[in-house]
Ligand binder design. Structure first.
Ligand SMILES: [Zn+2]
Length: 305
């Protein structure tokens, strides 16, 4: 049996797991990403937790094939650095691979978190049999991992698939990135909560918005949700027109709303994808959800991607 540690670094928490070469998560841990710490101190804490996972399974560092890191973009996988992720401000330009090398003398690989999650869905999840698919995560932000011709498309610096900042509706307001109406700014969980809170004049979560909208209790929320689902449809049709995938996989917190989302997106694609075969692209929920990040990070070591 071969082993890897997968580490999914996020803006609020970091998840890590000891994963076998057949995709089993032997043990896992979760730490709060403490942004008041210097990133190298946070790496020390993560490395300590990784060592603990190894010793709990009576393994040593020499038993590891490597360590896979998933982190939010923008990053620079060529340099092994975090670049400028808005939710990890204190980590900007941090040489994360180098920092982990202080603790581990094994191969360390860095990829964008959405890209790693796509690889997880290919390896152990909803896209096992697909050679061409796009994985989309819709939660506080929106990102994607693109898999084409049997391999990941990562781009020159690991930032391919940053679809959250693809403009979907230029009338959709100012995105912090500087453009207007980005996909993420009008269709993420954050966007749903922001718009609903402003309409209802009180703070609401996206989960509550879905409950109000889908139970028929609130017409205004129903209109908002329909508009968001439509915008997700626009994003998905664009991905189909661009990459000609055989499958779309949608994960992330917003996808937990389930059937109403998948139905709306499927209907939009049926009407609007350009290619007749593209109109029938299956859109399915991610299979791995919570663990996709750390399994995907481990897959960076266990699979040829
Ligand atoms: Zn943007």
């Amino acid at each position: 049996m071969k082993y890897a540690v997968g580490i999914d670094i996020g803006g609020t928490k970091t998840a890590l797991g000891l994963v076998t070469s057949d995709g089993q998560v032997l043990s896992k841990a979760s730490l709060t990403t403490d942004l008041s710490l210097a990133p190298s101190d946070m790496v020390d804490k993560i490395a300590e937790a990784a060592h603990r996972l190894l010793s709990e399974s009576s393994l040593q560092q020499t038993d590891l094939q490597g360590i896979g890191l998933g982190a939010p973009g923008p990053l620079n996988t060529k340099l092994g650095q975090i670049a400028e992720p808005p939710n990890l401000r204190s980590w900007w330009n941090f040489p994360v691979v180098e920092s982990f090398k202080r603790h581990f003398q094994v191969p360390i690989v860095l990829e964008n978190d959405a890209t790693a999650a796509a690889l997880a869905e290919k390896w152990m999840g909803a896209a096992k049999s697909a050679d061409h698919f796009v994985y989309i995560t819709i939660s506080t932000g929106i990102g994607a991992g693109i898999y084409s011709h049997g391999r990941l498309i990562t781009g020159a610096t690991g930032n391919a698939g940053d679809i959250g900042h693809m403009v979907v509706d230029p009338s959709g307001g100012d995105c912090p990135c500087g453009q207007r109406g980005c996909f993420e700014h009008i269709a993420s969980g954050t966007a749903i909560a922001r718009e609903a809170s402003s309409l209802l004049q009180r703070p609401v979560t996206s989960k509550e918005v879905f409950e109000l909208a889908l139970s028929g209790q609130n017409t205004e929320m129903k209109q908002l949700v329909d508009r968001v689902f439509g915008n997700i449809g626009v994003g998905c049709a664009t991905l189909i027109n661009t990459f000609d995938p055989e499958l779309l996989v949608i994960g992330g917190g917003v996808s937990q709303v389930g059937e109403p989302l998948f139905e709306a997106v499927g209907a939009y694609i049926k009407r609007n994808a350009l290619n007749p075969s593209g109109r029938n692209t299956p859109v399915v929920p991610a299979a791995l959800q919570q663990e996709a990040g750390l399994i995907g990070a481990a897959a960076l070591i266990h699979t040829k991607y």
